[in-house]
Design a protein around this ligand. Structure first.
Ligand SMILES: [Zn+2]
Length: 164
């Protein structure tokens, strides 16, 4: 999905997390929302070194890393380690980014990397079609992922509005 969708989801999840995670209520709401925003968008930092239509083929988009962090954090919390809420929050928002990126236009997600390099996408991929820049925009609006993005942003807006 696109950057504005990841950002909207980050803000929405940040507000919900502040409301429902007791440990976060000791902090300022602005801090939780800003962290959620940052944790939601950071995987796309790799467009600085990867081509846009290949940026899912990179360390920031391989699910094994946030899944590993989440597994270690949950296991540690079972052992009684405290203050893991932010680590778990980071891993969940990272995973959420990857779930949203599974609604692809030109790229799927490599959910089974390093076992497989197969790309998975909820929506039909057209990554083998070579399009001019102008046509890519038109293609995006006709593609099913645009509808999915509108629904996700509406859900995030609902979360944000419900907090007032
Ligand atoms: Zn991404």
């Amino acid at each position: 999905m696109t950057f504005p969708v990841h950002a909207a989801v980050g803000v929405g999840v940040g507000i919900l997390a502040y409301k429902y995670v007791p440990a976060f209520q000791d902090e300022r709401v602005v801090l939780i929302v800003l962290l959620a925003l940052l944790f939601s968008v950071w995987p796309d930092i790799n467009v600085a070194w990867k081509k846009m239509n290949q940026h899912h083929h990179d360390i920031t988009h391989y699910p094994i890393f946030p899944v590993g962090i989440l597994a270690v954090a949950v296991y540690s919390s079972i052992l009684g380690t405290e203050n893991l809420e932010f680590v778990i929050f980071f891993a969940i928002l990272w995973l959420l980014h990857l779930c949203l990126d599974s609604f692809g236009v030109r790229e799927g997600m490599l959910w089974l990397w390093p076992l497989s390099k197969k790309e998975y996408s909820v929506t039909k991929l057209s990554n083998r079609v070579k399009l001019e820049r102008r046509k890519i925009t038109a293609h995006y609006f006709k593609h099913g992922v645009f509808v999915a993005e509108v629904l996700v942003v509406a859900a995030a807006a609902g979360a944000i509005l419900s907090s007032f």
